[in-house]
Design a protein around this ligand. Structure first.
Ligand code: DLL
Length: 441
Protein backbone atom coordinates (compact mmCIF):
# COMPACT_ATOMS: atom_id res chain seq x y z
CA UNK A 1 0.00 0.00 0.00
CA UNK A 2 1.18 3.51 -0.72
CA UNK A 3 2.39 5.53 2.25
CA UNK A 4 0.03 8.29 1.15
CA UNK A 5 -3.72 8.21 1.64
CA UNK A 6 -4.16 10.42 -1.44
CA UNK A 7 -1.73 11.65 -4.17
CA UNK A 8 1.14 13.71 -2.79
CA UNK A 9 0.72 17.26 -4.15
CA UNK A 10 2.67 20.38 -3.21
CA UNK A 11 1.35 23.91 -3.87
CA UNK A 12 4.65 25.79 -3.61
CA UNK A 13 7.52 23.27 -3.85
CA UNK A 14 10.23 25.97 -3.87
CA UNK A 15 9.10 27.21 -0.47
CA UNK A 16 7.80 24.04 1.11
CA UNK A 17 10.73 21.80 0.09
CA UNK A 18 13.50 24.42 0.51
CA UNK A 19 16.77 23.06 1.97
CA UNK A 20 16.72 23.78 5.72
CA UNK A 21 19.94 25.82 5.65
CA UNK A 22 18.51 28.14 2.98
CA UNK A 23 15.35 28.54 5.00
CA UNK A 24 17.31 29.43 8.14
CA UNK A 25 18.98 32.30 6.24
CA UNK A 26 15.64 33.54 5.01
CA UNK A 27 14.16 33.34 8.49
CA UNK A 28 16.98 35.44 9.95
CA UNK A 29 16.45 38.15 7.34
CA UNK A 30 12.72 38.14 7.94
CA UNK A 31 13.10 38.13 11.70
CA UNK A 32 15.24 41.27 11.43
CA UNK A 33 12.55 42.92 9.30
CA UNK A 34 9.84 41.85 11.71
CA UNK A 35 11.69 43.48 14.61
CA UNK A 36 11.95 46.62 12.49
CA UNK A 37 8.23 46.52 11.74
CA UNK A 38 7.33 45.72 15.36
CA UNK A 39 9.18 48.82 16.54
CA UNK A 40 6.19 50.77 15.27
CA UNK A 41 4.12 49.19 18.04
CA UNK A 42 4.57 50.99 21.40
CA UNK A 43 4.52 47.73 23.41
CA UNK A 44 7.43 46.27 21.44
CA UNK A 45 9.30 49.59 21.23
CA UNK A 46 9.34 49.71 25.02
CA UNK A 47 10.29 46.03 25.42
CA UNK A 48 13.08 46.30 22.83
CA UNK A 49 14.46 49.41 24.54
CA UNK A 50 14.50 47.59 27.90
CA UNK A 51 16.43 44.68 26.40
CA UNK A 52 18.65 46.75 24.12
CA UNK A 53 17.34 45.10 20.97
CA UNK A 54 17.61 46.74 17.57
CA UNK A 55 16.91 45.21 14.17
CA UNK A 56 20.66 45.21 13.44
CA UNK A 57 21.31 43.09 16.50
CA UNK A 58 19.28 40.23 14.96
CA UNK A 59 21.76 38.09 13.00
CA UNK A 60 20.47 34.52 13.20
CA UNK A 61 17.31 32.71 14.21
CA UNK A 62 18.94 31.98 17.57
CA UNK A 63 18.52 35.68 18.41
CA UNK A 64 14.83 34.92 18.80
CA UNK A 65 15.56 33.82 22.39
CA UNK A 66 16.41 37.41 23.32
CA UNK A 67 13.08 38.77 22.14
CA UNK A 68 10.20 39.41 24.56
CA UNK A 69 7.18 37.13 24.87
CA UNK A 70 3.70 38.41 24.04
CA UNK A 71 0.56 37.22 25.85
CA UNK A 72 -3.15 37.52 25.17
CA UNK A 73 -3.27 39.85 28.18
CA UNK A 74 -0.75 42.19 26.48
CA UNK A 75 -2.98 42.32 23.39
CA UNK A 76 -5.99 43.08 25.58
CA UNK A 77 -4.26 45.95 27.31
CA UNK A 78 -3.77 47.73 24.02
CA UNK A 79 -7.36 47.27 22.88
CA UNK A 80 -8.57 48.04 20.25
CA UNK A 81 -5.77 48.70 17.74
CA UNK A 82 -2.63 49.19 19.85
CA UNK A 83 -0.86 46.23 18.22
CA UNK A 84 -1.31 47.51 14.66
CA UNK A 85 1.93 48.55 12.95
CA UNK A 86 0.43 50.31 9.91
CA UNK A 87 -1.74 53.40 9.53
CA UNK A 88 -5.42 52.77 8.97
CA UNK A 89 -5.15 53.71 5.30
CA UNK A 90 -3.02 50.62 4.70
CA UNK A 91 -5.47 48.21 6.31
CA UNK A 92 -7.45 45.95 4.01
CA UNK A 93 -9.36 43.81 6.55
CA UNK A 94 -9.96 43.43 10.26
CA UNK A 95 -10.91 40.18 12.02
CA UNK A 96 -11.23 39.39 15.70
CA UNK A 97 -10.98 36.47 18.04
CA UNK A 98 -13.75 36.20 20.54
CA UNK A 99 -12.44 36.58 24.06
CA UNK A 100 -13.92 34.89 27.09
CA UNK A 101 -13.90 38.27 28.81
CA UNK A 102 -16.25 39.93 26.36
CA UNK A 103 -13.91 42.22 24.46
CA UNK A 104 -12.60 40.76 21.20
CA UNK A 105 -8.96 40.91 20.15
CA UNK A 106 -8.70 42.68 16.80
CA UNK A 107 -6.23 41.63 14.13
CA UNK A 108 -5.54 43.65 10.99
CA UNK A 109 -4.37 42.69 7.50
CA UNK A 110 -2.83 44.71 4.69
CA UNK A 111 -3.37 43.68 1.07
CA UNK A 112 -0.05 41.81 1.21
CA UNK A 113 -1.11 40.05 4.41
CA UNK A 114 -4.31 38.87 2.72
CA UNK A 115 -2.32 37.53 -0.25
CA UNK A 116 0.03 35.72 2.08
CA UNK A 117 -2.90 34.29 4.05
CA UNK A 118 -4.55 32.91 0.89
CA UNK A 119 -1.25 31.28 -0.16
CA UNK A 120 -0.77 29.66 3.23
CA UNK A 121 -4.28 28.22 3.21
CA UNK A 122 -3.79 27.06 -0.38
CA UNK A 123 -0.70 25.12 0.73
CA UNK A 124 -2.47 22.94 3.27
CA UNK A 125 -5.60 22.58 1.15
CA UNK A 126 -3.55 21.21 -1.77
CA UNK A 127 -1.55 19.01 0.62
CA UNK A 128 -4.88 17.50 1.68
CA UNK A 129 -6.22 16.76 -1.79
CA UNK A 130 -7.73 20.02 -3.11
CA UNK A 131 -7.51 20.46 -6.89
CA UNK A 132 -8.87 23.26 -9.05
CA UNK A 133 -11.75 21.14 -10.37
CA UNK A 134 -13.36 20.61 -6.98
CA UNK A 135 -16.36 22.22 -5.34
CA UNK A 136 -15.83 23.24 -1.72
CA UNK A 137 -18.38 24.09 0.95
CA UNK A 138 -17.14 26.36 3.72
CA UNK A 139 -19.28 25.84 6.81
CA UNK A 140 -17.22 28.06 9.07
CA UNK A 141 -18.82 31.32 10.11
CA UNK A 142 -18.10 34.22 7.75
CA UNK A 143 -17.55 37.24 9.91
CA UNK A 144 -15.07 38.31 12.52
CA UNK A 145 -13.95 34.67 12.96
CA UNK A 146 -10.96 33.98 10.71
CA UNK A 147 -12.18 30.51 9.64
CA UNK A 148 -14.67 31.47 6.93
CA UNK A 149 -12.88 34.23 5.03
CA UNK A 150 -9.45 32.67 5.58
CA UNK A 151 -10.29 29.33 3.99
CA UNK A 152 -12.34 31.10 1.32
CA UNK A 153 -9.24 32.97 0.13
CA UNK A 154 -7.19 29.75 0.04
CA UNK A 155 -9.76 27.89 -2.04
CA UNK A 156 -9.93 30.73 -4.57
CA UNK A 157 -6.14 30.78 -4.72
CA UNK A 158 -6.13 27.08 -5.66
CA UNK A 159 -8.72 27.86 -8.33
CA UNK A 160 -11.42 25.56 -6.95
CA UNK A 161 -15.04 26.73 -6.67
CA UNK A 162 -16.21 27.83 -3.25
CA UNK A 163 -19.70 27.67 -1.82
CA UNK A 164 -19.68 30.05 1.17
CA UNK A 165 -22.44 28.36 3.19
CA UNK A 166 -21.21 29.90 6.48
CA UNK A 167 -22.33 28.29 9.74
CA UNK A 168 -25.74 27.24 11.05
CA UNK A 169 -28.94 25.71 9.64
CA UNK A 170 -27.66 22.17 9.46
CA UNK A 171 -30.41 20.71 7.30
CA UNK A 172 -29.89 23.38 4.69
CA UNK A 173 -26.13 22.76 4.80
CA UNK A 174 -26.83 19.13 3.94
CA UNK A 175 -29.13 19.96 1.04
CA UNK A 176 -26.39 22.19 -0.33
CA UNK A 177 -23.81 19.42 0.10
CA UNK A 178 -26.01 16.96 -1.76
CA UNK A 179 -27.60 19.12 -4.43
CA UNK A 180 -24.49 21.09 -5.39
CA UNK A 181 -22.41 17.89 -5.51
CA UNK A 182 -19.85 19.23 -3.03
CA UNK A 183 -16.50 17.31 -3.01
CA UNK A 184 -14.77 19.01 -0.09
CA UNK A 185 -16.14 20.12 3.26
CA UNK A 186 -14.58 22.70 5.56
CA UNK A 187 -15.70 23.19 9.18
CA UNK A 188 -14.84 22.26 12.76
CA UNK A 189 -14.58 18.52 13.47
CA UNK A 190 -17.44 18.70 15.98
CA UNK A 191 -19.68 20.27 13.35
CA UNK A 192 -18.73 17.54 10.87
CA UNK A 193 -19.98 14.98 13.36
CA UNK A 194 -23.18 16.96 13.75
CA UNK A 195 -23.59 16.99 9.94
CA UNK A 196 -22.92 13.23 9.71
CA UNK A 197 -25.66 12.50 12.23
CA UNK A 198 -28.15 14.83 10.60
CA UNK A 199 -27.44 13.28 7.20
CA UNK A 200 -28.41 9.92 8.66
CA UNK A 201 -31.46 11.32 10.40
CA UNK A 202 -32.62 12.86 7.12
CA UNK A 203 -32.37 9.45 5.46
CA UNK A 204 -29.76 10.61 2.94
CA UNK A 205 -27.53 7.78 1.74
CA UNK A 206 -23.81 8.21 1.38
CA UNK A 207 -24.07 7.44 -2.35
CA UNK A 208 -26.14 10.59 -2.84
CA UNK A 209 -23.19 12.73 -1.75
CA UNK A 210 -20.08 13.49 -3.82
CA UNK A 211 -18.08 14.30 -0.69
CA UNK A 212 -14.50 12.95 -0.70
CA UNK A 213 -12.30 15.30 1.30
CA UNK A 214 -12.55 17.48 4.38
CA UNK A 215 -10.32 19.99 6.14
CA UNK A 216 -11.09 20.37 9.81
CA UNK A 217 -9.62 22.74 12.34
CA UNK A 218 -10.39 25.47 14.83
CA UNK A 219 -10.64 23.19 17.89
CA UNK A 220 -8.82 20.25 19.47
CA UNK A 221 -9.83 16.77 18.27
CA UNK A 222 -8.30 13.31 18.13
CA UNK A 223 -7.24 10.60 15.67
CA UNK A 224 -10.11 8.50 17.05
CA UNK A 225 -12.55 11.26 16.12
CA UNK A 226 -10.99 11.46 12.65
CA UNK A 227 -11.57 7.73 12.11
CA UNK A 228 -15.19 8.06 13.23
CA UNK A 229 -15.94 11.01 10.96
CA UNK A 230 -14.12 9.45 8.01
CA UNK A 231 -16.15 6.27 8.37
CA UNK A 232 -19.44 8.04 8.81
CA UNK A 233 -19.00 10.38 5.87
CA UNK A 234 -16.81 8.17 3.67
CA UNK A 235 -14.12 10.85 3.28
CA UNK A 236 -10.45 11.65 3.86
CA UNK A 237 -10.22 14.24 6.63
CA UNK A 238 -7.21 16.48 7.22
CA UNK A 239 -6.27 18.56 10.23
CA UNK A 240 -5.18 22.20 10.00
CA UNK A 241 -4.13 24.60 12.74
CA UNK A 242 -3.98 28.32 13.23
CA UNK A 243 -5.08 31.18 15.43
CA UNK A 244 -6.31 34.70 14.83
CA UNK A 245 -3.47 36.41 16.65
CA UNK A 246 -0.96 34.78 14.27
CA UNK A 247 -2.96 35.01 11.01
CA UNK A 248 -5.94 32.61 11.34
CA UNK A 249 -5.96 29.19 9.66
CA UNK A 250 -2.79 28.53 7.62
CA UNK A 251 -0.12 28.26 10.31
CA UNK A 252 0.19 24.48 9.86
CA UNK A 253 -1.61 21.63 8.13
CA UNK A 254 -1.32 17.95 7.32
CA UNK A 255 0.03 16.48 4.10
CA UNK A 256 -1.09 13.27 2.43
CA UNK A 257 1.39 11.24 4.51
CA UNK A 258 -0.29 12.40 7.73
CA UNK A 259 2.80 12.53 9.88
CA UNK A 260 1.74 15.66 11.78
CA UNK A 261 0.98 19.19 10.59
CA UNK A 262 3.65 20.90 8.49
CA UNK A 263 4.46 24.33 9.91
CA UNK A 264 4.79 27.10 7.32
CA UNK A 265 8.25 27.86 8.58
CA UNK A 266 9.14 30.44 5.96
CA UNK A 267 6.46 32.65 7.54
CA UNK A 268 6.37 31.59 11.20
CA UNK A 269 8.95 30.62 13.78
CA UNK A 270 7.46 28.10 16.16
CA UNK A 271 9.04 27.24 19.50
CA UNK A 272 7.84 24.62 21.97
CA UNK A 273 8.46 25.75 25.56
CA UNK A 274 7.89 24.32 29.00
CA UNK A 275 4.98 26.56 30.12
CA UNK A 276 6.38 26.85 33.64
CA UNK A 277 10.09 27.44 33.06
CA UNK A 278 9.69 28.88 29.53
CA UNK A 279 12.74 26.82 28.52
CA UNK A 280 12.57 24.95 25.19
CA UNK A 281 11.56 21.30 25.47
CA UNK A 282 13.31 18.59 23.43
CA UNK A 283 11.89 17.66 20.00
CA UNK A 284 8.98 15.25 20.44
CA UNK A 285 8.21 16.44 23.96
CA UNK A 286 5.03 18.22 24.88
CA UNK A 287 5.12 21.94 25.50
CA UNK A 288 3.38 25.25 24.77
CA UNK A 289 3.67 26.55 21.22
CA UNK A 290 5.12 30.05 21.04
CA UNK A 291 4.87 31.64 17.61
CA UNK A 292 6.56 34.58 15.88
CA UNK A 293 5.32 35.91 12.55
CA UNK A 294 8.08 36.59 10.01
CA UNK A 295 6.38 38.39 7.14
CA UNK A 296 3.22 40.04 8.41
CA UNK A 297 2.84 43.78 7.92
CA UNK A 298 -0.24 44.99 9.80
CA UNK A 299 0.13 42.92 12.97
CA UNK A 300 3.63 41.51 13.34
CA UNK A 301 3.70 39.41 16.48
CA UNK A 302 6.67 38.26 18.47
CA UNK A 303 6.85 35.08 20.54
CA UNK A 304 3.13 34.83 21.12
CA UNK A 305 2.19 32.39 23.89
CA UNK A 306 -0.58 30.37 22.25
CA UNK A 307 -1.40 28.24 25.35
CA UNK A 308 -1.75 25.32 22.92
CA UNK A 309 0.03 22.15 24.01
CA UNK A 310 1.66 20.08 21.28
CA UNK A 311 4.96 18.50 20.18
CA UNK A 312 7.38 19.40 17.39
CA UNK A 313 9.07 16.95 15.01
CA UNK A 314 12.02 17.75 12.77
CA UNK A 315 12.65 14.33 11.19
CA UNK A 316 11.99 14.08 7.46
CA UNK A 317 8.55 13.42 6.02
CA UNK A 318 8.08 11.15 2.97
CA UNK A 319 6.11 13.92 1.21
CA UNK A 320 9.34 15.82 0.49
CA UNK A 321 8.51 18.96 2.45
CA UNK A 322 11.42 20.02 4.60
CA UNK A 323 9.38 21.90 7.18
CA UNK A 324 9.13 21.02 10.84
CA UNK A 325 5.86 19.39 11.90
CA UNK A 326 3.63 19.75 14.94
CA UNK A 327 1.56 17.03 16.55
CA UNK A 328 -2.19 17.30 16.98
CA UNK A 329 -2.98 19.74 19.76
CA UNK A 330 -3.81 18.10 23.08
CA UNK A 331 -5.72 21.19 24.16
CA UNK A 332 -5.28 24.75 25.31
CA UNK A 333 -3.84 25.13 28.75
CA UNK A 334 -6.97 27.26 29.44
CA UNK A 335 -9.15 24.21 28.73
CA UNK A 336 -7.12 21.99 30.97
CA UNK A 337 -9.14 20.81 33.95
CA UNK A 338 -7.36 20.24 37.22
CA UNK A 339 -9.39 17.56 38.93
CA UNK A 340 -8.17 16.50 42.34
CA UNK A 341 -4.79 17.83 41.33
CA UNK A 342 -4.60 15.84 38.09
CA UNK A 343 -4.46 17.60 34.73
CA UNK A 344 -7.09 16.39 32.29
CA UNK A 345 -7.99 17.55 28.77
CA UNK A 346 -11.35 17.10 27.04
CA UNK A 347 -9.49 15.36 24.17
CA UNK A 348 -8.56 12.56 26.59
CA UNK A 349 -12.24 11.96 27.35
CA UNK A 350 -13.01 12.00 23.61
CA UNK A 351 -10.28 9.42 23.01
CA UNK A 352 -11.68 7.14 25.76
CA UNK A 353 -15.28 7.35 24.53
CA UNK A 354 -14.34 6.51 20.99
CA UNK A 355 -12.75 3.28 22.18
CA UNK A 356 -16.15 2.04 23.35
CA UNK A 357 -18.74 0.87 20.82
CA UNK A 358 -22.24 2.10 21.36
CA UNK A 359 -21.46 5.63 22.49
CA UNK A 360 -21.63 8.70 20.32
CA UNK A 361 -18.70 11.11 20.75
CA UNK A 362 -21.03 13.73 22.20
CA UNK A 363 -20.19 14.44 25.79
CA UNK A 364 -20.30 17.13 28.43
CA UNK A 365 -18.09 17.22 31.47
CA UNK A 366 -19.50 18.74 34.63
CA UNK A 367 -17.24 19.58 37.54
CA UNK A 368 -18.49 20.27 41.04
CA UNK A 369 -16.97 20.44 44.51
CA UNK A 370 -19.64 19.42 47.00
CA UNK A 371 -17.23 19.39 49.96
CA UNK A 372 -13.50 19.71 49.62
CA UNK A 373 -13.15 17.15 46.86
CA UNK A 374 -13.75 17.61 43.16
CA UNK A 375 -16.38 15.50 41.52
CA UNK A 376 -16.31 14.88 37.81
CA UNK A 377 -19.33 13.73 35.88
CA UNK A 378 -19.27 13.01 32.20
CA UNK A 379 -22.59 12.86 30.40
CA UNK A 380 -22.25 10.60 27.39
CA UNK A 381 -24.76 10.23 24.63
CA UNK A 382 -25.76 6.80 23.43
CA UNK A 383 -26.18 5.79 19.84
CA UNK A 384 -29.79 5.07 18.90
CA UNK A 385 -29.10 1.46 17.93
CA UNK A 386 -27.36 0.69 21.23
CA UNK A 387 -29.85 2.50 23.41
CA UNK A 388 -31.61 -0.15 25.42
CA UNK A 389 -34.00 -0.48 28.32
CA UNK A 390 -32.02 -3.44 29.63
CA UNK A 391 -30.45 -2.05 32.78
CA UNK A 392 -27.74 -4.65 32.83
CA UNK A 393 -26.49 -3.78 29.35
CA UNK A 394 -26.48 -0.10 30.13
CA UNK A 395 -24.54 -0.67 33.35
CA UNK A 396 -21.97 -2.74 31.52
CA UNK A 397 -21.50 0.00 28.95
CA UNK A 398 -21.25 2.67 31.64
CA UNK A 399 -18.59 0.70 33.51
CA UNK A 400 -16.62 0.09 30.34
CA UNK A 401 -16.55 3.85 29.59
CA UNK A 402 -15.52 4.55 33.18
CA UNK A 403 -12.63 2.09 32.89
CA UNK A 404 -11.40 3.59 29.60
CA UNK A 405 -11.47 7.09 31.10
CA UNK A 406 -9.57 5.92 34.18
CA UNK A 407 -7.01 4.12 31.99
CA UNK A 408 -6.30 7.35 30.08
CA UNK A 409 -6.62 9.99 32.80
CA UNK A 410 -5.92 8.05 36.00
CA UNK A 411 -9.09 9.53 37.49
CA UNK A 412 -12.53 8.28 38.34
CA UNK A 413 -15.37 9.99 36.46
CA UNK A 414 -19.03 9.32 37.22
CA UNK A 415 -20.41 8.32 33.85
CA UNK A 416 -24.02 9.22 33.07
CA UNK A 417 -25.48 7.73 29.91
CA UNK A 418 -28.02 9.99 28.27
CA UNK A 419 -30.50 9.34 25.47
CA UNK A 420 -29.56 9.96 21.83
CA UNK A 421 -29.80 13.59 20.69
CA UNK A 422 -30.10 15.13 24.12
CA UNK A 423 -26.80 16.99 24.45
CA UNK A 424 -26.26 20.35 22.82
CA UNK A 425 -24.89 20.39 19.24
CA UNK A 426 -22.46 23.06 18.04
CA UNK A 427 -22.13 24.78 14.70
CA UNK A 428 -18.63 26.12 15.43
CA UNK A 429 -16.27 25.27 18.24
CA UNK A 430 -17.67 22.74 20.71
CA UNK A 431 -17.93 23.46 24.44
CA UNK A 432 -17.16 20.36 26.48
CA UNK A 433 -16.74 21.51 30.06
CA UNK A 434 -19.12 23.03 32.56
CA UNK A 435 -17.07 23.92 35.62
CA UNK A 436 -19.35 24.71 38.55
CA UNK A 437 -16.62 24.66 41.20
CA UNK A 438 -16.24 28.40 41.66
CA UNK A 439 -12.47 28.22 41.55
CA UNK A 440 -11.83 31.86 40.72
CA UNK A 441 -8.99 33.17 42.89
O1 DLL B 1 -9.70 28.90 15.21
C1 DLL B 1 -8.34 29.72 13.39
C2 DLL B 1 -8.73 28.53 12.59
C3 DLL B 1 -9.91 28.54 11.90
C4 DLL B 1 -7.86 27.44 12.48
C5 DLL B 1 -10.25 27.45 11.15
C6 DLL B 1 -8.19 26.37 11.71
C7 DLL B 1 -9.39 26.37 11.03
P1 DLL B 1 -9.13 31.32 16.88
O2 DLL B 1 -10.61 31.45 16.89
O3 DLL B 1 -8.31 32.48 17.26
O4 DLL B 1 -8.64 30.91 15.44
O5 DLL B 1 -8.79 30.08 17.81
C8 DLL B 1 -7.49 29.61 17.88
O6 DLL B 1 -8.20 27.33 18.25
O7 DLL B 1 -5.23 28.56 19.76
C9 DLL B 1 -6.30 26.41 19.28
O8 DLL B 1 -6.54 26.35 20.67
C10 DLL B 1 -7.58 26.10 18.54
N1 DLL B 1 -7.29 25.40 17.28
C11 DLL B 1 -7.29 25.88 16.03
N2 DLL B 1 -7.03 24.89 15.14
C12 DLL B 1 -6.83 23.75 15.86
C13 DLL B 1 -6.51 22.40 15.55
C14 DLL B 1 -8.99 29.78 14.76
N3 DLL B 1 -6.37 21.97 14.30
C15 DLL B 1 -7.42 28.41 18.77
N4 DLL B 1 -6.38 21.53 16.58
C16 DLL B 1 -6.02 27.84 18.86
C17 DLL B 1 -6.54 21.94 17.86
C18 DLL B 1 -7.00 24.10 17.23
N5 DLL B 1 -6.84 23.18 18.21
Amino acid sequence: MSQFVIPNRIFDPAAECMPCADRAGLQATHLRRTVEQAQKIPFYRRKFAEKNISPDSIRTVADLQRLPLTTKQDLREYYPFGFFAVPQAQLARIHASSGTTGKPTFVGYTQNDLKLWANLCARFLVAGGLTSDQLVQVSFGYGLFTGGFGLHGGIERVGAAVLPASSGNTQRQILLLRDAGINTLICTPSYALNLAETIQAMGIRRGELALRFAHFGGEPWTEEMRRTIEEELGIHAFNNYGLSEIIGPGVAGECAARTGMHIQEDHFLVECLNPETLEPVADGEEGELVITSLTKEACPIIRYRTRDLARLYRDSCPCGRTTMRMSWVKGRSDDMMIIRGVNVFPTQIEEALLKVDGTAPHFMIELTRPGNLDEAVVKVEMRQQEFSDKMEEMHRLRDRIGREITAITGLHFNVELVAPNTLERFTGKAKRVNDLRNLKP
